[in-house]
Design a protein around this ligand. Structure first.
Ligand SMILES: NC(=O)c1ccc[n+]([C@@H]2O[C@H](COP(=O)([O-])OP(=O)(O)OC[C@H]3O[C@@H](n4cnc5c(N)ncnc54)[C@H](OP(=O)(O)O)[C@@H]3O)[C@@H](O)[C@H]2O)c1
Length: 228
């Protein structure tokens, strides 16, 4: 019998980019653990994933319960994919502090919580790869303003990624932040540039080509570096 492929855990895998990752990685022979806030409604994920687990990345109890369930299960690749983008806060007068807090909880503290909780599993994995879905909108250098919450949440996620790369790099970890392009999902909307299939095919190629030289870096789905 052939060896099972690498094990990947994907957050927010019930729709959008997370679900497409689950589909493509499963088809490529990976063992896929997909997580969803509401697994009972994750029918498409159920079909492709080897295992579906409940996870709300903002809820410390949910994160701890996942870590307990997965105790002793090696994970090769963690994909911190779950995210939100609420619109509206495009001028300083329109800043909504509740929105800011919600966005930071999901997009920034969520990946930190999940990475921290699953570190024992990642340490047992062979690939020791942490991929966090960031955004071009998190680039400070390329910023043309607007969207306080989303931009700040992804810029801070980029900083966490850099810190992980320095802290965990000596153990052989590779930590990257990736921008998927502007993709037709519920978040990206129908006018986005790229289909899910083409974005995720590019992301998977980038992930499969990662090596120690890429640790701590920020790339788009074509493998092009993005300025901080
Ligand atoms: N689409 C784009 O153009 C684009 C561009 C740049 C970056 N990105 C990034 O790519 C990632 C995926 O985006 P997408 O377009 O696939 O978004 P999406 O279609 O809106 O899907 C978001 C996913 O995140 C999950 N999620 C939201 N809050 C969560 C929480 N508290 N705990 C766990 N899961 C949660 C959602 O679960 P529910 O179904 O339960 O809500 C859903 O599975 C995000 O990090 C996003 O910021 C997307």
């Amino acid at each position: 019998m052939a060896d099972a492929g690498p094990t990947v855990l994907i957050t927010g895998a019930n729709r959008g980019i997370g679900l497409e990752y689950a589909k493509q990685l499963s088809a490529a022979g990976y063992t896929v653990i997909g997580t969803a806030r509401n697994p009972a409604g994750a029918d498409e994920l159920d079909v492709v994933a080897d295992r579906v687990e409940q996870l709300d990345v903002t809820d410390p109890d949910s994160v701890a319960a996942l870590a307990r369930k997965l105790e002793g299960v090696p994970i090769d690749i963690l994909i911190n994919n779950a995210g939100i983008f609420e619109r509206g806060d495009v001028t300083i007068d329109a800043v909504d502090y509740d929105m800011l807090e919600r966005t930071l909880q999901v997009n920034t503290l969520g990946p930190l919580r999940v990475t921290q909780a699953l570190l024992p599993n990642l340490r047992q994995g062979k690939l020791k790869t942490i991929v966090s879905m960031s955004s071009q909108l998190g680039s400070i250098e390329n910023s043309n303003g607007r969207w306080y919450a989303y931009r700040a949440s992804k810029s801070a996620l980029n900083q966490f990624n850099k810190i992980w790369s320095v802290e965990l790099g000596p153990e052989g970890f590779i930590c990257v932040v990736l921008h998927p392009g502007w993709v037709r999902t519920d978040m990206g909307g129908p006018n986005a540039t790229y289909t899910l299939e083409e974005s995720v095919a590019g992301l998977v190629e980038v992930i499969e080509g990662l090596g120690p030289r890429n640790n701590g870096r920020f790339y788009d789905f074509k493998g092009e570096p993005i300025p901080w």
